[in-house]
Design a binder for this molecule. Structure first.
Ligand SMILES: [Zn+2]
Length: 432
């Protein structure tokens, strides 16, 4: 499993749409083929789907199908100087395997694949089919799984090893959107890399660098001079936990506004959002019991001829999307910005007495020794939303630090091996 994981992490499967004639680029396609090859050698029947949008690997007999859904694409590494080592040349150190994709999602996907292989080797007969579904576009638009859904047989139930243990039974609604307006300010600015990552830096190359530096000092915001201008520092983290990061775009906009540099987007951020990861000014105290607070992340800014903000928001499972959109549109309109939806993934919410929740909770408790951590709800989006009767399940332990989407992403191998025992028992019980 570890050797296969190293092979897969070596393939820099960042989305590069259309490159080499493949839907999400050559490297993503290579990762898909590699995963299918690995599964084929383990004894699964494999299928390369729809010109490389997805693939699957199947074993077992029966009418019913258990789906195990994971993905082979990874988010870009970000600034390479933030890594202690090459993100695509994994090395093992102090029980950790370092590399982009070790936690999200190549590690957990292979852990569950090899767990099933262990059952096969033990002579277990499956009374249901087990199908691993390999997605290739999870980190952007899910075009892979949407193609799968349109073309292929749907599993009857399943889990997605793309989260944390124990079971995730609720996932917030995920809204990605843009706010746009004509740029009448003459200011040029660009920063951030993805909707779903808190930006860890942004460069200001304009003329008011001395004033900006003074203001940043005053505000206590970290920055650095470099040959091109002032680099405002943030801290990268996943957009489902923006409160754990520092948004460099927000900090720059706050400082620019304070020295009188204005534009629609700058004013919107400085006045409506600031550094508040819950955008309370716009949405109020928006939260619910199963899934917690609304989260809001400005992931990208682009001030060219058009001003554009790319935003990721995670909406509590019982809250209406329409209501949130109308509040946001109204707030944006005050600044001359228009709301444009980019992507929407409806929430999932399985009752706590659903058989997937109870079965997987029992297995987890028995094999992890952790009998206290309750089922989780999350702001993350996993393929669990793509099929019915599906939850997210592992592979991170409840106490492992989450390094996905960050520099020095790493998997704790001891935990990953433990997850294989949990996955093996889970698959065993779900295929009786
Ligand atoms: Zn993932």
């Amino acid at each position: 499993m570890k050797a296969a994981l190293v092979d897969l992490v070596r393939i820099p499967s960042v989305c590069d749409e259309g490159a080499g004639g493949f839907p999400f680029g050559e490297a993503v396609d290579q990762a898909l083929r590699k995963a299918l090859q690995i599964a084929g050698e383990l004894g699964f029947k494999t299928h390369y789907g729809d010109g490389g949008y997805y693939g699957f690997a199947e074993i077992g007999e029966g009418k019913e199908m258990l789906g195990i859904l994971g993905h082979l694409d990874v988010v870009p590494p970000g600034k390479l100087t933030d890594w202690d080592r090459n993100p695509f040349d994994p090395i093992e150190m102090d029980g950790m395997l370092y590399g982009r994709g070790t936690q999200d999602d190549k590690g957990p996907l292979l852990a569950s694949l090899y767990a099933v292989k262990a059952l096969m080797d033990a002579g277990v007969k499956f009374n249901k089919r087990i199908r691993f579904i390999f997605g290739t576009d999870e980190e952007s638009l899910w075009r892979c799984i949407n193609r799968y859904t349109a073309n292929e047989e749907m599993p009857d139930f399943g889990f997605s090893p793309d989260s944390r243990f124990p079971v995730t039974y609720a996932e917030k609604g995920l809204l990605q959107l843009r706010l746009e307006g004509i740029n009448e300010s003459g200011i040029r600015l660009t920063g951030g890399s993805a909707f779903n990552a808190v930006p860890d830096m942004i460069l200001y190359e304009g003329e008011r660098q001395d004033d900006l530096a003074d203001k940043l000092d005053q505000l206590g915001f970290e920055y650095e001079w470099n040959e091109d201008g002032i680099e405002v520092k943030g801290k990268a983290t996943h957009a489902m936990v923006p409160e754990e990061g520092i948004n460099a775009i927000a900090r720059l906009c706050i400082a620019l506004k304070a020295i009188g540099i204005e534009s629609k987007a700058i004013n919107f951020i400085a006045q409506e959002i600031g550094e508040d990861p819950n955008a309370t000014r716009i949405f109020g105290d928006c939260a619910d019991e199963p899934s917690g607070k609304l989260k809001f992340n400005v992931g990208k800014i682009e001030l060219g001829l058009v001003e554009q903000l790319s935003i990721d928001s995670r909406i509590p499972v019982t809250v209406s999307k329409e209501e949130m959109v109308s509040k946001l549109s109204a707030a944006a309109a005050k600044y001359g910005l228009e709301y444009k939806e980019f992507d929407w993934l409806a929430p999932i919410y399985l009752p706590l007495d659903h058989f997937m929740v109870t079965t997987l909770m029992n297995v987890y408790r028995q094999y992890s020794g952790d009998t206290v951590t309750p089922p989780r709800s999350s702001g993350g989006a996993t393929y669990a939303r793509a099929i019915k009767n599906c939850v997210a399940f592992g592979a991170l332990t409840f106490d492992e630090s989450m390094t996905e989407h960050q520099p020095n992403e790493r998997a704790d191998l001891k935990n990953l091996y433990k997850s294989m025992e949990i996955y093996a028992q889970a698959v065993y019980e779900l295929t009786r």
